[in-house]
Ligand binder design. Structure first.
Ligand code: DGL
Length: 269
């Protein structure tokens, strides 16, 4: 591992690009490799064992590409596989988790809502976050089946997505939450819609910026921050069909970087 090596990020699909945007903002000179594991999306409906297997395969791909640090840019994969990856592979690995700590600091009404996958909400990691930071606070959990698929299709502002979001936000509003946590990395792409749909004064938070800061901290501690002064490059890979996933990456990221390529078959099964 060397400072000029790239950072690897992965998610079940394009959602982790919301984390990658914050990393790019904070670390403009780092090279980034992103894997959209689209063939296996959504992770939220898989078993932890199946997600662990995908996480291992993608980590092996990253090691073959000589990455210096991996960001598991997915709450569901962090819940299911972060511990295992850290135990099995010899490189720094950063995970993501719903911003319960921050939400607990922000809420005045002592009521927060969390939108995430069912897998994230039922995981041990989530329960312990709530135990650690949610003392005296009502936490309203809302799983959002179907929402990830809308983002995967690039349907970030269609009437169907609006209707789904309305349906998922309703119970949170009924309970009177004043903070909504976007606990899935796909959802920040729906933030403009969420902002339109909730009552004024409700705060919406996600974990992109804290994860970017944590990535910077870990790279600094391990002496792996790049010294390059050139703009970093981005490579995209997908286990799905690049002709389908490519245009969605282009829409959400703004361009295709060095290209959108198929994840080699050895890592896609
Ligand atoms: N973006 C992911 C997360 O943060 C994965 C969602 C899914 O594939 O179900 O949980």
């Amino acid at each position: 591992m060397a400072a000029q090596d790239p950072i690897g990020l992965f998610d079940s699909g394009v959602g982790g690009l919301s984390i990658m945007k914050e990393i790019r903002r904070l670390l403009p000179h780092e090279d980034l490799i992103y894997v959209a594991d689209s063939k296996f999306c959504p992770y939220g409906e898989k078993t932890p064992q199946a997600i662990q297997e995908r996480a291992r395969q993608i980590t092996r791909f990253f090691l073959a590409r000589k990455v210096k640090l991996i960001v598991v840019a997915c709450n569901s994969a962090s819940v299911a596989a972060l511990k295992e990856l850290r135990a099995e592979f010899p490189l720094p690995i950063v995970g993501v988790e719903p911003a319960i700590k921050q939400a607990a600091l922000f809420t005045k009404k002592k009521k927060i809502g969390v939108l995430a996958t069912g897998l994230t909400l039922s995981g041990e990691r989530f329960t312990s976050l709530v135990e650690q930071f949610g003392g005296g606070i009502t936490v309203v959990n809302q799983a959002c089946p179907g929402l990830v698929a809308q983002v995967e299709a690039g349907a970030i502002d269609t009437p169907e997505t609006v209707a789904m979001l309305q349906h998922y936000l309703e119970p949170l509003e009924e309970k009177g939450v004043d903070v909504v946590v976007l606990g899935c990395t796909h959802y920040p792409f729906l933030r403009p819609l969420v902002e339109q749909l909730v009552k004024p004064g409700i705060q919406i938070i996600d974990t992109g910026a804290p994860v970017a800061r944590q990535t910077q901290r870990v790279l600094a501690q391990t002496m792996l921050l790049t010294s390059s002064q050139q703009m970093g490059r981005e490579w995209f890979y997908t286990s799905g069909d690049p002709s389908v996933v490519g245009p969605v990456i282009e829409r959400l990221w703004g361009h295709r970087g060095e290209g959108v390529r198929p994840l080699p078959a050895a890592f896609s099964t």
